[in-house]
Design a protein around this ligand. Structure first.
Ligand SMILES: *Cc1c(COP(=O)(O)O)cnc(C)c1O
Length: 216
């Protein structure tokens, strides 16, 4: 399955985040031995424990909703925070990154699903954060792109149009706020059930768990 997924990603030059939440270290080590280096977790404590026990050259991604009071635990090592969905969280990451003398890469999570259960910024809040960022407000954060989750539905047309919306937000905001920089280059969208659709709609980074590790 691993090689199959890598083959699917290749034409798009997209990055695979192996989502290892709830899975044991041995399963992660196995994929590591095949060459995988980017892993994603959604619980801070699990992320920290796995970071401590597994090879140090793993790039750890915080993929799920993140509470402000947990940021300090991952700030020393996290590769990319995928789901920044408020200015308050951004400011906390900025502060903790500074303490660690780091620049932390983040993605802003945008609400694209018609479902009501998903986190994410609306267009206005997204633009407000990007305006602040353009004013050099954040010295220890690098906003490298956007992240989104489509509705959990079998309706491909709907999933497709939600991903297309995220791509649209990305293109618009890149044009408006990141014209002279290459840092803004990531669209994190697509999971086990919808990554092929996400790739067609412009994903550069997919987060795949169950398809790689089995169901949870
Ligand atoms: C669990 C999770 C994934 C992976 O889901 P699968 O359906 O197992 O591929 C991707 N993104 C986020 C934010 C997750 O929490």
């Amino acid at each position: 399955m691993y090689n199959q997924i890598l083959n699917d990603l290749k034409p798009y030059n997209a990055t695979l985040i192996a989502v290892s939440k709830t899975k044991p270290n041995e399963a992660i080590q196995k994929l590591y031995d095949l060459g995988q280096r980017h892993f994603g977790e959604n619980k801070v404590q699990e992320l920290v424990e796995k970071h401590e026990r597994l090879p140090k050259d793993i790039a750890w991604h915080q993929i799920g909703h993140l509470q402000k009071n947990k940021v300090k635990y991952i700030a020393p090592f996290v590769e990319l925070v995928h789901a920044v969905d408020s200015l308050a969280l951004l400011e906390t990451i900025e502060k903790e990154a500074a303490k660690n003398d780091r620049v932390i890469k983040i993605l802003l999570q945008v609400k694209i699903a018609q479902e009501d259960t998903k986190y994410g910024l609306d267009k206005d809040s997204l633009n407000r954060i990007l305006e602040l960022n353009s004013a050099n407000t954040f010295k220890n954060i690098s906003i490298v792109g956007l992240m989104g989750m489509a509705s959990f539905t079998e309706d491909h047309t709907q999933v497709s149009s939600e991903f297309a919306l995220l791509k649209q937000y990305f293109d618009d905001s890149k044009d408006k706020y990141f014209k002279e920089s290459n840092q803004y280059n990531t669209i994190s969208m697509g999971m086990s059930g919808d990554y092929k659709i996400a790739l067609q709609e412009g994903s550069t980074m997919v987060r795949i768990g169950s398809l790689l590790f089995g169901s949870r």
